[in-house]
Design a protein around this ligand. Structure first.
Ligand SMILES: O=C(CO)[C@H](O)[C@H](O)COP(=O)(O)O
Ligand SMILES: [Co+2]
Length: 217
Protein backbone atom coordinates (compact mmCIF):
# COMPACT_ATOMS: atom_id res chain seq x y z
CA UNK A 1 0.00 0.00 0.00
CA UNK A 2 1.77 3.11 -1.24
CA UNK A 3 0.80 6.76 -0.90
CA UNK A 4 2.11 9.11 -3.55
CA UNK A 5 1.03 12.72 -2.92
CA UNK A 6 0.49 14.88 -5.99
CA UNK A 7 2.37 18.17 -5.83
CA UNK A 8 -0.13 19.81 -8.22
CA UNK A 9 -1.87 21.40 -5.24
CA UNK A 10 1.35 22.30 -3.43
CA UNK A 11 2.95 25.74 -3.52
CA UNK A 12 4.77 25.29 -6.83
CA UNK A 13 7.03 28.28 -6.19
CA UNK A 14 8.43 26.47 -3.14
CA UNK A 15 8.60 22.95 -4.50
CA UNK A 16 11.67 21.78 -2.59
CA UNK A 17 10.23 22.70 0.80
CA UNK A 18 6.77 21.43 -0.15
CA UNK A 19 8.24 18.00 -0.92
CA UNK A 20 9.99 18.17 2.44
CA UNK A 21 6.55 18.21 4.08
CA UNK A 22 5.73 14.72 2.77
CA UNK A 23 8.79 12.78 3.91
CA UNK A 24 6.54 9.88 5.05
CA UNK A 25 5.28 9.38 1.50
CA UNK A 26 6.37 6.40 -0.60
CA UNK A 27 6.80 8.47 -3.78
CA UNK A 28 6.11 11.98 -5.08
CA UNK A 29 3.46 12.14 -7.82
CA UNK A 30 4.40 14.75 -10.42
CA UNK A 31 1.68 15.80 -12.87
CA UNK A 32 2.99 17.00 -16.21
CA UNK A 33 0.32 18.71 -18.34
CA UNK A 34 0.91 20.18 -21.79
CA UNK A 35 -2.26 22.19 -22.49
CA UNK A 36 -3.11 19.82 -25.37
CA UNK A 37 -3.81 16.35 -23.99
CA UNK A 38 -5.50 18.13 -21.07
CA UNK A 39 -6.75 21.73 -20.89
CA UNK A 40 -4.14 22.79 -18.34
CA UNK A 41 -0.40 23.46 -18.16
CA UNK A 42 1.76 22.52 -15.21
CA UNK A 43 5.48 21.76 -15.15
CA UNK A 44 7.94 19.93 -17.37
CA UNK A 45 11.38 18.36 -17.61
CA UNK A 46 13.54 21.30 -16.37
CA UNK A 47 11.55 21.57 -13.14
CA UNK A 48 11.63 17.79 -12.66
CA UNK A 49 15.42 17.76 -13.15
CA UNK A 50 15.74 20.42 -10.44
CA UNK A 51 13.33 18.64 -8.10
CA UNK A 52 15.37 15.44 -8.32
CA UNK A 53 18.27 17.33 -6.71
CA UNK A 54 16.10 18.30 -3.73
CA UNK A 55 14.48 15.02 -2.68
CA UNK A 56 15.46 11.43 -1.93
CA UNK A 57 11.89 10.26 -2.53
CA UNK A 58 11.33 8.45 -5.83
CA UNK A 59 9.49 10.47 -8.47
CA UNK A 60 6.26 9.01 -9.83
CA UNK A 61 5.77 10.85 -13.12
CA UNK A 62 2.25 11.20 -14.56
CA UNK A 63 2.52 12.51 -18.08
CA UNK A 64 -0.73 14.02 -19.34
CA UNK A 65 0.80 15.03 -22.65
CA UNK A 66 0.62 14.42 -26.38
CA UNK A 67 3.53 12.52 -27.94
CA UNK A 68 4.63 10.58 -24.83
CA UNK A 69 6.63 8.36 -27.20
CA UNK A 70 8.99 11.32 -27.64
CA UNK A 71 8.94 12.85 -24.14
CA UNK A 72 8.47 10.02 -21.64
CA UNK A 73 11.92 8.44 -22.10
CA UNK A 74 13.52 11.77 -21.18
CA UNK A 75 11.97 11.58 -17.69
CA UNK A 76 13.38 8.07 -17.28
CA UNK A 77 16.79 9.32 -18.38
CA UNK A 78 16.57 12.20 -15.89
CA UNK A 79 16.17 9.68 -13.05
CA UNK A 80 12.43 9.33 -12.37
CA UNK A 81 11.73 5.94 -10.79
CA UNK A 82 8.33 5.46 -12.43
CA UNK A 83 7.02 6.95 -15.67
CA UNK A 84 3.32 6.81 -16.56
CA UNK A 85 2.09 7.69 -20.05
CA UNK A 86 -1.53 7.83 -21.20
CA UNK A 87 -2.62 4.93 -23.37
CA UNK A 88 -4.92 7.34 -25.27
CA UNK A 89 -1.90 9.42 -26.36
CA UNK A 90 0.79 6.83 -27.07
CA UNK A 91 1.42 5.86 -30.70
CA UNK A 92 3.39 2.73 -29.91
CA UNK A 93 2.65 1.88 -26.26
CA UNK A 94 4.46 -1.48 -26.21
CA UNK A 95 7.62 0.01 -27.68
CA UNK A 96 7.41 2.93 -25.26
CA UNK A 97 6.91 0.69 -22.19
CA UNK A 98 9.92 -1.40 -23.22
CA UNK A 99 12.02 1.71 -23.77
CA UNK A 100 11.17 3.03 -20.28
CA UNK A 101 12.27 -0.25 -18.69
CA UNK A 102 15.43 -0.32 -20.81
CA UNK A 103 16.26 3.12 -19.39
CA UNK A 104 15.86 1.78 -15.85
CA UNK A 105 12.41 3.15 -14.96
CA UNK A 106 9.25 1.35 -13.99
CA UNK A 107 6.85 1.59 -16.92
CA UNK A 108 3.21 2.46 -16.43
CA UNK A 109 0.13 3.14 -18.56
CA UNK A 110 -2.73 5.45 -17.51
CA UNK A 111 -6.37 5.17 -18.53
CA UNK A 112 -8.93 7.97 -18.51
CA UNK A 113 -12.27 7.19 -16.81
CA UNK A 114 -13.95 6.31 -20.14
CA UNK A 115 -11.10 4.16 -21.46
CA UNK A 116 -11.81 0.44 -21.01
CA UNK A 117 -9.33 -1.77 -19.16
CA UNK A 118 -9.17 -3.99 -22.24
CA UNK A 119 -7.01 -1.29 -23.85
CA UNK A 120 -4.02 -2.55 -21.82
CA UNK A 121 -4.95 -6.25 -21.75
CA UNK A 122 -2.45 -7.32 -24.39
CA UNK A 123 0.47 -5.36 -22.95
CA UNK A 124 0.31 -6.24 -19.25
CA UNK A 125 3.66 -8.01 -19.41
CA UNK A 126 5.26 -4.72 -20.48
CA UNK A 127 4.14 -2.59 -17.51
CA UNK A 128 4.87 -2.43 -13.78
CA UNK A 129 1.81 -0.35 -12.98
CA UNK A 130 -1.54 0.70 -14.47
CA UNK A 131 -2.98 4.07 -13.41
CA UNK A 132 -6.75 4.37 -13.40
CA UNK A 133 -7.94 7.98 -13.43
CA UNK A 134 -10.74 8.47 -10.92
CA UNK A 135 -11.42 12.01 -12.23
CA UNK A 136 -11.11 13.45 -15.74
CA UNK A 137 -7.44 14.42 -15.99
CA UNK A 138 -6.37 18.06 -15.94
CA UNK A 139 -7.07 19.50 -12.53
CA UNK A 140 -6.61 18.75 -8.85
CA UNK A 141 -9.40 18.98 -6.30
CA UNK A 142 -12.11 17.25 -8.34
CA UNK A 143 -14.75 14.85 -7.04
CA UNK A 144 -13.93 11.13 -7.08
CA UNK A 145 -15.82 9.19 -9.79
CA UNK A 146 -17.40 6.08 -8.24
CA UNK A 147 -17.98 4.66 -11.71
CA UNK A 148 -14.29 3.71 -11.84
CA UNK A 149 -14.60 1.22 -8.93
CA UNK A 150 -15.82 -1.67 -11.14
CA UNK A 151 -12.89 -0.93 -13.48
CA UNK A 152 -10.44 -1.43 -10.61
CA UNK A 153 -11.94 -4.89 -10.01
CA UNK A 154 -11.88 -5.75 -13.73
CA UNK A 155 -8.26 -4.69 -13.99
CA UNK A 156 -7.23 -6.77 -10.96
CA UNK A 157 -8.90 -9.77 -12.57
CA UNK A 158 -7.05 -9.20 -15.84
CA UNK A 159 -3.74 -8.80 -13.99
CA UNK A 160 -4.19 -12.11 -12.21
CA UNK A 161 -0.98 -13.27 -10.53
CA UNK A 162 1.29 -10.77 -12.33
CA UNK A 163 3.26 -8.37 -10.12
CA UNK A 164 1.61 -5.15 -11.33
CA UNK A 165 0.50 -2.22 -9.18
CA UNK A 166 -2.88 -0.58 -9.66
CA UNK A 167 -2.74 3.16 -9.01
CA UNK A 168 -5.78 5.37 -8.55
CA UNK A 169 -5.53 9.10 -9.17
CA UNK A 170 -8.09 11.82 -8.53
CA UNK A 171 -10.29 12.67 -5.57
CA UNK A 172 -8.60 10.14 -3.29
CA UNK A 173 -9.16 11.08 0.36
CA UNK A 174 -10.09 9.59 3.73
CA UNK A 175 -13.64 9.37 2.29
CA UNK A 176 -12.76 7.35 -0.80
CA UNK A 177 -9.49 5.47 -0.25
CA UNK A 178 -11.04 2.44 1.45
CA UNK A 179 -13.36 1.74 -1.49
CA UNK A 180 -10.38 1.87 -3.84
CA UNK A 181 -8.32 -0.49 -1.69
CA UNK A 182 -11.19 -2.97 -1.32
CA UNK A 183 -11.58 -2.98 -5.12
CA UNK A 184 -7.90 -3.83 -5.61
CA UNK A 185 -5.88 -0.60 -5.85
CA UNK A 186 -2.53 -0.59 -4.04
CA UNK A 187 -0.97 2.76 -5.00
CA UNK A 188 -2.89 5.91 -4.11
CA UNK A 189 -2.35 9.43 -5.42
CA UNK A 190 -3.70 12.11 -3.10
CA UNK A 191 -3.17 15.76 -3.97
CA UNK A 192 -5.57 18.14 -2.29
CA UNK A 193 -6.26 15.71 0.57
CA UNK A 194 -2.58 15.81 1.55
CA UNK A 195 -1.63 19.40 0.74
CA UNK A 196 -4.79 20.94 2.20
CA UNK A 197 -4.22 19.04 5.45
CA UNK A 198 -2.67 20.92 8.34
CA UNK A 199 -0.05 18.17 8.71
CA UNK A 200 0.60 16.55 5.30
CA UNK A 201 2.77 13.79 6.79
CA UNK A 202 0.08 12.83 9.29
CA UNK A 203 -2.44 12.67 6.43
CA UNK A 204 -0.13 10.38 4.45
CA UNK A 205 0.02 8.02 7.44
CA UNK A 206 -3.74 8.17 7.96
CA UNK A 207 -4.46 7.38 4.31
CA UNK A 208 -2.02 4.45 4.32
CA UNK A 209 -3.54 3.03 7.51
CA UNK A 210 -7.06 3.25 6.03
CA UNK A 211 -5.94 1.49 2.85
CA UNK A 212 -4.15 -1.29 4.74
CA UNK A 213 -7.16 -1.88 6.99
CA UNK A 214 -9.63 -1.89 4.09
CA UNK A 215 -7.52 -4.38 2.18
CA UNK A 216 -7.16 -6.83 5.08
CA UNK A 217 -10.96 -7.16 5.44
O1 LIG B 1 -3.52 13.70 -12.34
C1 LIG B 1 -4.09 14.52 -11.65
C2 LIG B 1 -5.11 15.46 -12.26
O2 LIG B 1 -5.21 15.20 -13.61
C3 LIG B 1 -3.73 14.68 -10.19
O3 LIG B 1 -2.76 13.70 -9.86
C4 LIG B 1 -4.92 14.53 -9.29
O4 LIG B 1 -5.94 15.39 -9.64
C5 LIG B 1 -4.54 14.69 -7.82
O5 LIG B 1 -5.22 15.69 -7.20
P1 LIG B 1 -6.47 15.45 -6.23
O6 LIG B 1 -6.08 14.37 -5.23
O7 LIG B 1 -6.69 16.78 -5.61
O8 LIG B 1 -7.63 14.99 -7.09
CO1 LIG C 1 -1.84 12.56 -11.58
Amino acid sequence: MKITPSILNADLANLASEVGRISNADMVHVDVMDGHFVPNLSIGLPVVESLLKHTDLPLDMHLMIESPDVWAPQYAEAGAQSVTFHIEAARAPVRLARELRRLGARSSAALNPATPVESVATMLDEVDMVLLMTVEPGFGGQKFLDLVLPKIRQLRKLIGSRDISVQVDGGVSTETIERCAEAGADVFVAGSAVYRAEDPNAMVDELRALAVRACSH
